[in-house]
Design a binder for this molecule. Structure first.
Ligand code: GRF
Length: 190
């Protein structure tokens, strides 16, 4: 069984983490969540994980040895999933997990990605550009924001009258399907 480490962010809504954990529990993905790493305690993601029997480790971004501490927290994992993790990943983690770190982005990369392009801003930009479709991308993580090779994308229409919020909600539903599918693809090669 492949051991997953999930890195959540400081906002830590955790809906993708939850979709991954539930897909593993259902047997849709041949993996188990070994650890959820959160920058702080008490976020919705950290609380849900703990209540649902997942191991949660808190690693503060303020630590001088942050990169090393993340690698230590991920000990025993063979695949790492960023889920709401908004920072550039320390090199130590990329070196410890070469081509084994995934991220999800709420747009069709390479469009609408990069530094500062997160949350509702992504969907505002998609609407401002007059796009007729959007979606999400799961990709391998490298040393740049939203940059590594894509693993899979799921698409949806941008509907007339969409607001950033309605589009975000439609894309988020796709994300919850896409992340487990992408993990399965990385593990099984299909
Ligand atoms: C998602 O939209 C994801 O694409 C982006 O951050 C958001 C995290 O949401 N990277 P959640 O915490 O998984 O609900």
């Amino acid at each position: 069984m492949v051991a997953l480490g999930i890195l959540v962010g400081s906002k830590g809504r955790g809906s993708n983490m939850r979709a991954i954990a539930e897909a593993c529990a259902r047997g849709d993905v041949p993996a188990e969540v070994r650890v959820v790493v959160s920058p702080k305690a008490g976020t919705p993601a950290a609380e849900w994980a703990a209540e649902n029997g997942l191991e949660v480790k808190v690693v503060s971004v303020k630590r001088e040895d942050y990169g090393k501490a993340l690698v230590e927290a991920l000990e025993g994992c063979s695949l790492v999933c960023l889920a709401g993790y908004m920072r550039l990943l320390p090199n130590e983690v990329l070196e410890a997990f070469p081509d084994r770190v995934l991220n999800i982005h709420p747009a069709l990369l390479p469009k609408f990605g990069g530094k500062g392009m997160f949350g509702i801003r992504v969907h505002e930009a998609v609407l401002a550009a007059g796009e007729t479709e959007s979606g999400c991308t799961v990709h391998l993580v490298d040393e740049q924001y939203d940059h590594g090779p894509p693993i899979l994308q799921l698409r949806c229409r941008v509907e007339p009258g969409d607001t950033p919020e309605t589009l975000a909600a439609r894309v988020l539903e796709l994300e919850h399907q896409a992340y487990p599918m992408a993990i399965r693809k990385v593990i099984l090669g299909r």
